[in-house]
Design a protein around this ligand. Structure first.
Ligand code: PBG
Length: 325
């Protein structure tokens, strides 16, 4: 059968019809909201390149996470800005580190919020790299010990999920082993498995003050031209014990998301990163695009490509729009 018997427009004629045949449905339950936690007291600091995103000190978190939880957003992803940085990124695994304190406060105020913690050293090292530096190179194996220590410390503070983002080989296995030895068998690992060296992280590096002071991250994050390698990264992390895998960034890597979805039966997260957020906001503020339309189209596309969970700075707006739809 073909035209004129077949007319695909028949099921597009009215919104109720379109709604019935819609293949992808966004839910608030799909959203994860990133939060930047900074040292000090009484701090709510705007981030220049990311409209409506702030750095909060720990005492300011209850109000913010109250709003997030009231919107029905199930989870937050925490990043920390420590008071001091050093070569070994020790602020990442300090018992009273800024993210450790944030986890305690959030779990106390809104225990139902799933608290995911980024496990990386770049926000805590004086040189801004994701691992320890030996002779000018990022030392893979030495970094593992520090990442594992950070994960255990954050699990101890009450984190529900640890999310290693350093792109070191063997990081998932190192973290799984240390968590299990320390009694945190129940804590899942969400691995930034296919994380690309991306210019789209620019605004985040301002927000988290974690731009590398020399060189770049290309010796550990993936080359944006590769997709087969992403499948190997994911396969490796699954073998090492990852519970959830992630592709990052999202929009320029929908093909990667889709391939990972087709190849592995694991829960899949996508990170709609800072640069993706800032571009949309810049255009919307100029009146060049319709923010709501563009954002919902982007988030739907990320889900359609295969993501179960979407980490996005748009989460609060999306949750509001989905509530009144
Ligand atoms: C830390 C980390 C980065 C992001 C998430 N975790 C920065 C980087 O790798 O340089 C970027 C997130 C974003 O751009 O929103 N390693």
């Amino acid at each position: 059968m073909n035209f004129p018997q077949v007319r695909l427009r028949r099921l597009r004629r009215t919104e109720p019809l379109r709604r019935m045949v819609r293949e992808t449905r966004l839910e608030i339950a799909n959203l994860i909201y990133p939060l930047f936690v900074t040292h000090g007291k009484g701090v709510t600091q705007a981030i220049g390149a990311m409209p409506r995103i702030f750095r909060f000190s720990v005492d300011k978190l209850p109000e913010e996470v109250g709003e997030i939880a009231d919107l029905g957003i199930p989870a937050v992803l925490l990043f920390g800005l420590p008071e001091a940085k050093d070569e070994a990124g020790s602020g990442a695994y300090e018992p009273k580190g800024v993210v450790q304190e944030a986890v305690r406060v959030i779990k106390k105020t809104r225990p139902e919020l799933v608290v995911i913690v980024d496990v990386c050293l770049c926000e805590y090292t004086s040189h801004g790299h994701c691992g320890v530096v030996v002779n000018g190179e990022i030392d893979n194996d030495k970094t593992l010990e520090f990442l594992a220590r950070t994960a255990v410390s954050l699990a101890g503070a009450g984190a529900d999920i640890v999310a290693p983002s350093a792109m070191m080989d063997g990081m998932v296995a190192a973290i799984r082993t240390k968590l299990d030895e320390s009694g945190y068998q129940r804590v899942p690992i969400m691995s930034y498995a296919a994380k690309y060296a991306s210019a789209f992280y620019g605004p985040f590096r301002e927000a988290a003050e974690c731009a590398p002071h020399f060189g770049d991250r290309r010796s550990y994050q993936m080359d944006s031209a590769n997709v087969r390698e992403a499948l190997r990264e994911v396969e490796q992390d699954i073998q090492e014990g990852a519970d959830i895998i992630m592709v990052k960034p999202a929009l320029p890597y929908l093909d990667v998301l889709s391939k990972v979805r087709d190849t592995f039966n694991y829960p899949l997260a996508a990170y709609n990163v800072s640069g993706e957020y800032s571009m949309v906001n810049a255009a919307a503020e100029n009146g060049w695009i319709d923010e709501k339309g563009v954002v919902l189209e982007i988030i739907t596309a990320i889900k359609r490509a295969g993501a179960d969970m979407i980490i996005t700075y748009h989460a609060k707006e999306v949750a509001r729009w989905l509530t009144i739809l």
